[in-house]
Design a binder for this molecule. Structure first.
Ligand code: SF4
Length: 183
């Protein structure tokens, strides 16, 4: 049984590398820091609050998010650096979100029935998200961001050996993190 688990994990590792996500860590979701302040920041100060179906308030409460993470014992934290020029950022996001969705699908088909992706940014598949369940054009692939699930990324990634700082200038490279929950 233990051998099966190790083999499955090896297959996932290979899939992650195949998608080009070379910088990642295997983590225990119980180590993530889930905080109310993250949700408050979404509610007050984000111009997109309420305007995307994958963002608050269209997501579970902070307590429900914490319970959700409590149901998993293994995840992969994926680190990317967006160094695309500002004009190409949207394309960089779209491309990497699709790669993450492909990875989630492969992992699910590999036998991880709980596989679920929290992306590095809200769903950006369509321009002008109607932000209603009925209006979503791609409901099968709509995924929230890690932050939408109230994860304090600054404190969390530090636990896994990364540093994340507030960007002070528009053109700075941006560290982006996605989370693939497995089991
Ligand atoms: S798939 Fe389109 S409509 Fe659905 S949440 Fe994403 S951006 Fe909005």
């Amino acid at each position: 049984m233990k051998d099966d688990a190790a083999r499955n994990q090896q297959v996932v590792e290979e899939e992650i590398l195949l998608q080009g996500f070379v910088d990642h860590r295997w983590i225990q979701p119980s180590d993530l820091v889930v905080s109310q302040w993250v949700r408050i920041k979404c509610m007050y100060g984000c111009p997109d609050y309420g305007k995307n179906l994958s963002c608050p308030p269209h997501v579970p409460s902070v307590v429900e998010c914490r319970d959700f993470f409590g149901e998993y014992e293994l995840a992969v934290l994926i680190h990317m650096v967006c160094d695309a020029p500002t004009v190409q950022t949207h394309e960089w996001v779209r491309l990497n979100q699709q790669k993450l969705l492909d990875l989630e699908k492969k992992v699910f088909l590999e036998g991880y029935e709980r596989a679920f992706l929290l992306s590095f940014e809200s769903c950006n598949r369509c321009s002008g998200c109607p932000s209603t369940v009925d209006g979503c054009r791609f409901p099968y692939t709509q995924r929230p961001s890690v932050e939408a699930f109230a994860v304090d990324m600054f404190s969390s990634v530090r636990k896994f050996g990364y540093t994340l700082n507030v960007k002070k200038h528009k053109g700075e490279k941006a560290d982006r993190f996605a989370l693939l929950l497995l089991k």
